[in-house]
Design a protein around this ligand. Sequence first.
Ligand code: G
Ligand code: G
Ligand code: MN
Ligand code: NA
Length: 254
Amino acid sequence: LSLETDLRRALQREELVLYYQPQMDLGSGRIVAVEALLRWQHPEKGLVPPSDFIPILEESGLINVAGDWVLRRACADCARLIGQLGSVMRVAVNVSPRQFNDPGFVDSVRRVLGRQRIPAGCLELEITEEIVMQEVSMTGSTLSELDRLGVRLAVDDFGTGYSSMAYLKRFPLDALKIDRTFVEGLPGDQGNAAIVEASIYLGRKLGLEVIAEGVETAVQREFLQAHQCDLIQGYALGRPMPLPALIEFLRDIS
Ligand code: G
Ligand code: G
Ligand code: MN
Ligand code: NA
């Protein structure tokens, strides 16, 4: 409960920060997107990882306020990136189930897009299999409304949830993110190689962009490139970093 009190204060004092991790288009070799990853800059504890506080945000309901802040910050930063680089950049934002299920969620996305004036297609919402599998009647209509807004919808941690594949054809999705546990050990790990190859093929056949995360080595990257994965994300390209470091990173490689 004391962490919850701390978090309420953190929201007011703007102690939450977004780090950004680049995603590369393997076709062009260009960084075309970044994933926003939440961090808590605690005055005494230092940088707190999301695994330590996102569950508390979820349980307390603070995730709606925090999630709104993340959306605004990410879109504002994206607008700034587009302005400074003079080229299009997409930002991916993680959405948690409780945030997604809030009746005001679609409106908050619409409001943020209107205020920040970035093209809707520059915002990608990462949803989990937990969200697409939930027995909530509004799930389909919420996804359709978001789709009509023009934002992109990606399934995060693909293949790790307790889920069927039926949702892939039922919902208006744009991308699959292959979980990093499947990227680990490529290309030597034959089980993972099979799963990754099949996921890329499945994604392509369904008209979805495929993003592999947790890419740490050149051989993993080469395997993914050879199998026509669309995008990669991972330490091989860059770690999650604050916005100023990202701007410098993007300048250095262009
Ligand atoms: O960022 P890593 O850097 O440790 O992120 C750990 C987990 O936290 C990931 O599963 C990621 O999806 C989740 N996460 C990071 N940022 C956010 C956020 O802004 N909102 C939500 N709901 N989850 C996030
Ligand atoms: O939202 P998601 O569950 O996909 O969160 C991405 C997580 O993966 C974050 O915690 C991020 O810091 C982490 N991450 C990003 N790139 C790598 C990588 O190359 N290797 C490992 N082990 N973790 C990574
Ligand atoms: Mn993610
Ligand atoms: Na993931």
